[in-house]
Design a protein. Structure first.
Length: 206
C-alpha cells in the first residue's frame, strides 16, 4: 500500500521536483498539492494522508501557523518541513510547533527521502545540532548584544505591534524606528519581521 503524501510549496518547480523524486519510489504517492498555507490546511482537514511536506514561507498562512492550527485542533498527521530557511534558526521552532522533521532545500534527494522514511516510520528527523542552541551560541550572543532600545523594538514586534503604533509608544519617528528594525534584522541575520519573530521564539527570547 502506498504512503499518501500532501505537498505544500508556493513554487511550482519545487512541487514538480518533489513529485518527480517521490515518484521514483513505488511505496510513495503525492495525492495533493497546495501553493499556499490556507489550501494546505484545508487539504489536511479534508483528506487522508500519511505525511505533509510543508514549506515555511507560504503565502496567506505561513507553514508554522498551519502546523500550529492543525495541532491545536487535534490533527496528528506527521509534518516534515522542507524549507530554504536555515535549520539553525527554524528547526527548533518547527519541532516545538509539532513537526516531526526539517530538511533544507539544499539537501540531496537521498537526504530528503531518508528523512521521509524516518518520519513515516514514526521517528523524527532534524539536522544535527539544530535543535538545542546553547547559551554560548552566536545567535544567543547576538540577542545579548542588543541595545535597550533595540530590545524595546523587538518586544513590540513580538507582540505584533505595528511600526506606527510602536513609534508612538516609544516616542520616536517611524523613520528612526525603521532604522532600529534594520539593525535588529542585520544583527540577527534575518530578512523580515516574520523571520525575526520566529528566531526569537525558537531561541526562547526573552
Amino acid at each position: 500500500m502506498k504512503q499518501r503524501i500532501i505537498v505544500a510549496d508556493d513554487h511550482l518547480v519545487v512541487r514538480q521536483g518533489l513529485r518527480d523524486i517521490l515518484g521514483q519510489r513505488p511505496d510513495l504517492e503525492v495525492v495533493a498539492e497546495a501553493s499556499d498555507g490556507v489550501a494546505a490546511e484545508q487539504l489536511v482537514r479534508s483528506m487522508l494522508a500519511e505525511l505533509l511536506i510543508l514549506d515555511i514561507g507560504l503565502p496567506q498562512r505561513r507553514g508554522i501557523a498551519v502546523l500550529e492550527r492543525l495541532r491545536a485542533d487535534g490533527y496528528t498527521l506527521p509534518v516534515l518541513f522542507f524549507s530554504m530557511y536555515p535549520a539553525a534558526q527554524y528547526a527548533a521552532f518547527a519541532k516545538k510547533a509539532g513537526a516531526q522533521g526539517f530538511v533544507g532545500k539544499e539537501a540531496s534527494a537521498d537526504e530528503l527521502l531518508h528523512a521521509i522514511n524516518v518520519v513515516l516510520a514514526g521517528g523524527s528527523s532534524f539536522p544535527s545540532g539544530a535543535i538545542a542552541p546553547g547559551k554560548g551560541s552566536p545567535v544567543h550572543e547576538s540577542f545579548a548584544a542588543l541595545s535597550p532600545r533595540e530590545r524595546q523594538v523587538l518586544q513590540g514586534l513580538l507582540a505584533g505591534t505595528s511600526l506606527q503604533d510602536l513609534s508612538l509608544n516609544l516616542g520616536v519617528s517611524t523613520k528612526t524606528l525603521s532604522t532600529y528594525r534594520a539593525r535588529l534584522l542585520n544583527k540577527l541575520g534575518v530578512q523580515s519581521n516574520a523571520e525575526l519573530v520566529a528566531l526569537a521564539i525558537s531561541h526562547g527570547y526573552p
